[in-house]
Design a protein around this ligand. Sequence first.
Ligand SMILES: Cc1cc2nc3c(=O)[nH]c(=O)nc-3n(C[C@H](O)[C@H](O)[C@H](O)COP(=O)(O)OP(=O)(O)OC[C@H]3O[C@@H](n4cnc5c(N)ncnc54)[C@H](O)[C@@H]3O)c2cc1C
Length: 336
Amino acid sequence: MRVAIAGIGVAGSYLASRLKREHDVVGFERMRADRHDSICAWGTCRTKMAELCALSGVDFAKYVTHDGRRMRVEVDGQEGFHIGLGGLCTYDKIGLIRDLVDGCEVRYGKAPALADLEAEFDVIVDCTGFHRSYLPRIRDDFYLPTYEHRVEYDSGAPYDDFYIRPFRGMSGYFWYFPLGKNAAHIGAGDYNRAHVDETRRFMEEHGGRITKTVGRPIRLATPGRCMPYSRGKVVGVGESIGTVFPLLGEGIIPSMVCADIFARNVGDVAAYEREVREHFAIYERVFRFVHAKLMGRFSMLRQGFDMLAIYRYMKRNEARFGMDIEMRNLARVARA
Ligand SMILES: Cc1cc2nc3c(=O)[nH]c(=O)nc-3n(C[C@H](O)[C@H](O)[C@H](O)COP(=O)(O)OP(=O)(O)OC[C@H]3O[C@@H](n4cnc5c(N)ncnc54)[C@H](O)[C@@H]3O)c2cc1C
């Protein structure tokens, strides 16, 4: 098949790598090649990434920039605590994206018109992330604004491992993700829009040389809320159809898993949609839990079962999340 992949982010690049051997794949990326980047903190889980990348013949270990040991969590009005890490890492996300599309034709600096894509291709995959440029608008979309710096230190980075600070009411969190010894992604996402001030405050306190500043909304509306997944020749994959784990704002692995589902069901949209709905069903409960907190409607009685289901899911998938999952830590964050 002739397949157009619109958007060369994590979902688009991974999908291209999985399809390029058997199909005629052309990628379209609206950023220019020399400016191509990925707005993200670049944190993920080593084991699951290694498994997914192996399916494309790529060794994920080559891209890892920091292996986490323990993550410091500070919650307003409570004592801080640590979460043991077993796989959580940062990696060179844009380097991997570039390598995954190696050997594929990619037309950079292009956001082509739908009619042009329809004339040339059998399938058009919308991997445009938050933009969802080729699918209908989502009626009840839900997203948080984010703001992030890449920071370098000549000496003495303020932290040597992952650090996060969830905001009151679980409205978002501040993050410090190390990228090796002397660099980090520092930023925040917040429904109540304190993300820019929180990031600036941290920079004022700790210093560092800002080499890049970015920001974009992150979609928390789950796949169950991002219908339709397809229209005509267009099929959505990745954050364009809501593959972000709402509790953590984690979208890298879920978007690659979504691309994997597409690759295994290529040519059968109904089977793809069914598998996406099944795989991401738990995200709906997670969203309900986060949304209730955000709207100030959280009660242990109403959301207690959701919290238990989320805990069980994360505990079962502890290795996939790359961190120790403990109920008391989930409760500490929920109490914030
Ligand atoms: C600040 C921030 C930090 C984050 N940190 C993490 C993290 O540490 N770990 C994690 O797991 N997740 C994180 N996420 C979420 C994660 O980055 C995304 O969910 C994930 O990258 C989604 O992948 P995607 O390929 O679907 O979309 P994207 O990565 O957004 O890629 C979409 C691509 O499409 C291109 N594009 C857009 N419109 C068009 C068009 N019309 N034509 C052609 N190209 C187009 C864009 O330029 C982009 O390259 C973060 C998100 C943000 C905003």
